[in-house]
Write a protein that binds this ligand. Sequence first.
Ligand code: ADP
Ligand code: MG
Length: 681
Amino acid sequence: METNLSISVLKGVGEKTKTYLNKLGIVTIDDLLHNYPRSYESFSKPLKIKDMVLDEMNSIEGSICASINQLAKNKIKITKTKVKDDTGLINIIWFNQLYIKNKLNSSEKFIFKGKVEYKYGQIQMLSPEIYSVDEYTKKTEALQPIYSLTKGLTQNNMNNFVKQGLLKTRNQLKEFLPLEIRTAHGFSEYNYSINQIHYPFNMKTYKEARKRLVFDEFLLFQMALLSLKTVKEQDSTDVIIKDDTGIKDILKSLPFELTKAQLRVWNEIKDDLYSNKVMNRLLQGDVGSGKTIIAALALALAAKNGYQGTIMVPTEVLAKQHYISLKNFLEPFNIRIGLLVGSMTLKEKKEMYNNIRNKEIDIIVGTHALIQEKVTYNNLGLVITDEQHRFGVKQRETLIQKGNNPHILVMSATPIPRTLALIVYGDLDVSIIDELPPNRQTIKTYAVDTSYRSRVYSFIEKEIQKGRQVYIICPMVEESEDLDLESVVEYTEKLKQSINGSIKISYLHGKMKGKEKNEIMEDFADNKIQVLVSTTVVEVGVNVPNATIMVIENSERFGLAQLHQLRGRVGRGEHQSFCILLTDTKNEKTKERLDVLSKHNNGFIISEYDLKLRGQGDLFGIRQHGLVEFKLGNVFEDIELLKLANSIAKKIYTKDPDLELEAHQILKQRLIHYIKSHYVV
Ligand code: ADP
Ligand code: MG
């Protein structure tokens, strides 16, 4: 059976209906059968009237035993009657469905399915659906599908089309999973699974079918990724990196030793750079895990081999900080570092453009200014982006285009569990720094209610007396920066009244001009400001080691991952640091969420909790990454199946790289179909 047949072969699908179905992504019968129900409705055996359950959906079998009255009340048209069986009698009422009357006659038995309520002193069934006994009995044989619809389509339409589709393809869908895999893991047969996902006999058969079809989705996805990846990995590069003699001296000069995790990651990166193939690597590490030095080493290696390298960061303050650290680390080794940011004067910029073009600079640190048209690199061999979630894929691409197949390293502190990283960044290899440098103090974290605020303030005063500094985060009031501004200013005023008047307080918010923001951040970094009241704009990697307290107001409004990022602003120096989460929430779930932060300091563990507590929908903006969405599968709940699919996909390719074996032919066809419909190739 050819399932690539157009849906137009179905009865009832004319030009108009075809466009409606196309809107749902349904073009062929195959698409129709893989358009799974959103949920199911069960049609259980009808109850006797005396056994009905109040406030629930009930089905009863009975006949009309009173006249059918139709009346209008405040523009609402009402149809009323009574139904009886051998155990009792019930009132039935419909709103605005005058045609109902034509369906009913008192000589026949019907099944009425609707919600039963006790109202105005009597029991009544509200707007029930009406079925003939035969019709209803058929529906009890399987769970009934409920599909996502679009304007112009009804559940009845969809049901009808799917039933036709199933009839046409009856037992003729080509099984594409090799028998070996099916038997080894107990996956049900393909035709059976497709039938059962639409009309499951019961929950058990539904679950079997779902398991099989979720696995299909994951397997095809993983196989597609792997096939695209091998193409990518073969990209060769002319950037020849061979010599790391200079690097050993740099490593020796550091005031610390690399952690085991840093060493491992550094070796992974070095292997990539030596390989003559383009590096395409994601470096993940919790805040403070020491990613900057790894970037510095990679840039130095490129420079020592005669290439320029660049590191792009999202803010000027961060660019300046990186510029200073790179200078400290690398200038003693005759590596020339340059800075390029928007706030530089035209003259300064022009000079920098010249230096870059003439290769008087080896490593360029900067913001978006790095991708301006006017910037021409001499021989760009390595491109690094820091805090990569802040950049769009486009910006990264533009920077890469400025080199000739340069190596790429993207760094991110947003922790995503490893298995998920495979999916989110399918096109990248992943390295993880899963260890903090030694002697790092854990940040003491407390969730308290606002009755503690004055105590929190006196604690702040004490720390400031010791010379430390403080961040206070006001929540975003609404999705409006104007209101944000108001709340930050107002909060700052109140704070000034409440704490020692000699303390220097300033504020920061998203509406400020870049220049103003930079000045304030710099003043804070120089300890000219002691308390910084801010919206979440401070989230991104600025380093002020002298800051030891992070107070977060209305902490219940933030996600765990974001709270963890914010907390990462403190605990960066030698002093014990604190994070205080203020909240008046009474919600147990929220309290549980905040509790996770008090107990854990590891971003990866926190991200796992975040997943569990919030579900995958919010997962660190995975949606923003344009990730493939699965129809049935849930990457969190079905993680075991995902892992299985990953390992089986690898096994299949290892055994049969070009899918030439007889047992893989139908799978290959299915995969090609999948790739064509999911990727532009
Ligand atoms: P992040 O991963 O958040 O970008 P940084 O690179 O800013 O972290 O590093 C945080 C701090 O830890 C810096 O002051 C850095 O010098 C220091 N650091 C990095 N690696 C080590 C190490 N192996 N031992 C001790 N301190 C380190
Ligand atoms: Mg960093």
